[in-house]
Write a protein that binds this ligand. Sequence first.
Ligand SMILES: *Cc1c(COP(=O)(O)O)cnc(C)c1O
Length: 402
Amino acid sequence: MDSKTLVELANKYGSPLYVYDTEKISSQYNRIINAFSKVKSVKINYAVKALSNINILKLFKQFESGLDTVSFQEVQLGLAAGVAPENIIFTPNGVSLEEIEEVAKLGVQINIDNLSILELFGQKHPEIPVCVRINPHVMAGGNSKISVGHIDSKFGISIYQVPHIKRVVENTGMHINGIHMHTGSDILDIDTFIRASEILFDVATQFENLDFIDFGSGFKVPYKEGDISTDIEQLGKQLSKRFNQFCKDYGKDLTLMFEPGKFLVSESGYFLAKVNVIKQTTSTVFAGVDSGFNHLVRPMMYDAYHHITNISNLTGRERYYSVVGYICETDTFGTNRRINEITEGDVLCFHNAGAYCFSMASNYNSRYKPAEVMIYNGQDYLIRERETFQDILKNQVTIDIS
Ligand SMILES: *Cc1c(COP(=O)(O)O)cnc(C)c1O
């Protein structure tokens, strides 16, 4: 998106503001579809938690995408967006049997990631087909905060416990219709992915009546210049071939599934915030914006890098800044960044703000959550109003204290 349009949007809708360019979402979606065009049946389930505005979900419905959900509420959002229950998969972690039953009742595909729940569910509902989440114990990336496939991870059922899964299936008469893995949010190379896939194929051969294999996600997108990103075209080439071979050996055309979040929406998002103050200390020049980790927590929570540009001054000379928020805690968006000279009142743009940005926003410091705007067919649409003071007080119960 060009900077001039973004500044205009910040003026029109106010700041801070999230803007999503749906053309980018569409092109990322098509990249995956094209990369796997040689596989007979491919299904993408967009991971709702990355960006859960109902209009974004409606967009994915229009693409004929399914949804990957992790809570009953995300399932409800998907249904409210018009997505059919059979196009939704529920992949929670650590939720109660009751919540899984509630979701199953709606006709949503259940994915179970621990043995005790599998056994309880199988005993009560042997007629409902279930997918199992396997932990292949493959280390994806180096950051344990976002790698969920390794040995100490709380996610999935260990491949070493597959015999136990089979015993549960035998004892309960339940039907396993899918095998799933999700090795975390930072798969760096295709070899790691293929290695994990081989383990999954190996597990899959041990179950007779599968309909699909779900390879999860963890696809990487560039956040800054020089970042490696998942070469989806190369992965498509390698995995399609292997998958087709597997289906042949298995004797049935299974559906190949993915559930990307970040890959589909990260680059579509722009977070716009206005500079309130420039503050010079003995060692640093701070640019303080009208936002903080209440609106964009990834830099503080994951040390995530979000590229920052001054879209109000595209030609000014570059200077070094630390960009910080207005929260009464340390909330640094970026240190020592080279940014075109900043004047108070300028609008800064935080890139890659589509995934895990608004969806992780809070009301800390009793601030309003930002508004959201979606660019669709060249038009801008307000898809979430900025909160008001009523929202801050909502659900608070005033008791009589005199
Ligand atoms: C979060 C999540 C995803 C999406 O991960 P990305 O890194 O955003 O692609 C997929 N599957 C499951 C089970 C998840 O929890």
